[in-house]
Design a binder for this molecule. Sequence first.
Ligand code: SF4
Ligand code: FES
Length: 360
Amino acid sequence: MSAPRPFGLLAELTYRCPLACAYCSNPIELARYDDELSTADWQRVFGEAAAMGVLQAHLSGGEPLLRRDLPELVRTACDLGMYTNLVTSAIGLSRPRAEALRAAGLDHVQVSVQADEPATSDRIAGIRSFDKKLEACRLVRELGWPLTVNVVLHRQNIERIGAIVDLVERLGADRVELANTQYYGWAWRNRSSLLPTREQLDRAEEVVTAARARLAGSMEVVHVLPDYYSRYPKPCMGGWAQRQLTVAPNGDALPCPAAQTLPLPRASVRDTGLDEIWTSAPLFTAYRGEDWMQEPCRTCDRREVDLGGCRCQAFQLTGDAAATDPVCHLSPEHGLVEDVVSEANRPARVDLELAPRPHR
Ligand code: SF4
Ligand code: FES
């Protein structure tokens, strides 16, 4: 069977970042990524991606604005016909920088915000950043870009969700993404401080439903629920190596941003073309399709719907990346998730301090 064609490239240009968010899902061993791809390397990768049919380039990190060559990279991706999306904390998005990116052809900006007011936002980000973020959002709108505001939700900010939506509305965003934390990287270490209670989630859902009705036609409200409270897992990444690929700052090519944790040989764009990696690197072929599935997924009616869930989560929780994602209530290992959920909902539980990710 021939490989499907990828649609989107997540270009993680650097893992350096001025923020120190306790929910960061980037790898913990950041030193492995210090040797970043050069401008010419990235330009070649974009060319190879475009030749494979990739239509969207998400320029992310870490903080992609720390790459001085960002406008050059944007221009290359645009010249190749790709839609370019900058995924940023907005720290460093000064007016001259923004104007250079506008001139280079950047299509869309996604800014992360940690809460609706400075004290909580700055505590979660590990640095004073709230006011700069709002300024940058206003600049994005002034320069005519579509704006998405992304807010990672967790136990420490989810109760502010109503005020968060109000803030994003005031900023004139086209879209708000309220995404509960995914437990990889640093977030995995902080999991017990981040997982919300069922009551918090129910209240948040009510707020989102009301906001969607109120804002219909003016702002899209996306709400991503935490996997741990779902009966079934999500079809992570739309299926393993089906539609998306990631290139890490050091050139590692990955089917999803968390896949560097899996015990499979690395594939690097430094030594192999992107098309060859996509088509035949073991990291990409291992869980493509359904042949790898074990019971209960192998014979389950939902296997084409959720594709067995998330491979990285299955590996993280069970040590076997081909296992059914333990989020699924049919998984023999579902108790691993139930235990964490019960602990998060224990009455009178004292909230633990967040450990901020170290700066680099
Ligand atoms: Fe999905 Fe597998 Fe659970 Fe079936 S058993 S619902 S395919 S994760
Ligand atoms: Fe890697 Fe879900 S995060 S497959």
